[in-house]
Design a protein around this ligand. Structure first.
Ligand code: G3H
Ligand code: ZN
Length: 285
């Protein structure tokens, strides 16, 4: 069933667990995610970046995710990941997205507040939830890059201001993770998560979560993270399965035979994440 981002994240916040938000670009990813959610009885967020919308088209992404959600009993939200463009955000809302992210984190605080406020006003009028971001998460997510030297952790007082002045529903915070593949082991600032959670008492979001060790993920969830974004780990599972298949059967030409095993490989990775995040068994009717 299709629900709003707020319904999913408020439930996670009230029950102290995190929901996986998995990036989608094609049908196999949508199917892998919904099958994993059903097999673990987990609420789930399927999200599309601006790059994914450019690649597949907003109508295709929306139709695929809505089809998956409507044919399933687990709660599913359709979310725009790292929205930076007003028109694109409105297009998503008009196409049935139940949640959008406005990423104005590159702006100074006042600009971030003004931009987020404007999106909250139109999204809430349409019954759509809003995630915003404060602090700068390093690395590259599709068309958004933040150089490691420019990455900055979230200031808790600035976070309070952004939440109070905009009425957003969930907040992405920078606490030591980065988008893409890690060179070394990420060091998370767990105390900062605790401080921000105590001050805000709303659902918190962790970006750049692929490759973060299980122990760190669990500690982050215990301290108040309720949405965990995963893109790179799914891409890796997809690539590895396709490469293996083609290596073993270089003459294969049926796309279903080549891509089918990749769908299964992605599903297994997603199921592991759902269990790790504590969302398994938390689906409600
Ligand atoms: O917004 C998407 C996620 O933050 C992706 O992070 O590159 O670690 O999978 P990832
Ligand atoms: Zn991200």
């Amino acid at each position: 069933m299709l629900v709003t981002g707020k319904q999913i994240l408020d439930h996670a916040h009230e029950n102290n667990y995190a929901v996986g938000a998995f990036n989608v670009n094609n049908m196999e990813q949508v199917q892998a995610i919904i099958q994993a959610a059903e097999e673990t009885q987990s609420p789930v967020i399927m999200q599309a970046s601006q790059g994914a919308l450019k690649y597949a088209g907003v109508e295709y992404i929306s139709a695929m995710v809505k089809t998956a959600a409507e044919n399933s009993s687990v709660p599913v939200a359709l979310h725009l990941d790292h929205g930076t463009d007003f028109k694109q955000i409105v297009k998503c809302i008009r196409n049935g997205f139940t949640s959008v992210m406005i990423d104005a984190s590159k702006m100074p605080l006042e600009g971030n507040i003004d931009t987020t406020k404007k999106i909250v006003e139109i999204a809430h009028a349409a019954g759509v939830s809003v995630e915003a971001e404060i602090g700068k998460i390093g690395g590259t997510e599709d068309d958004i890059t933040v150089d490691e030297r420019d990455a900055t952790f979230t200031d808790p007082e600035e976070a309070v201001k952004l939440v109070n002045e905009t009425g957003l529903d969930s907040l992405a915070i920078a606490v030591g993770t980065a988008h893409g593949v890690y060179k070394g082991e990420p060091k998370l600032d767990f105390d900062r998560i605790v401080t921000i959670k105590e001050k805000l008492n709303i659902p918190l979001v962790l970006h750049g979560s692929s490759g973060v060790p299980e122990e760190s993920i669990k500690k982050a969830v215990e301290r108040g993270i309720n949405k965990i974004n995963i893109d790179t780990d799914i891409r890796m599972a997809f690539n590895e399965a396709i490469r293996d298949f083609v290596k073993n059967d270089p003459d294969a030409y049926d796309p279903r035979k080549i891509v089918g095993p990749a769908r299964d490989a992605m599903k297994e990775v997603i199921k592991e994440k759902m269990t790790m995040f504590g969302s398994a068994g938390k689906a409600w009717k």
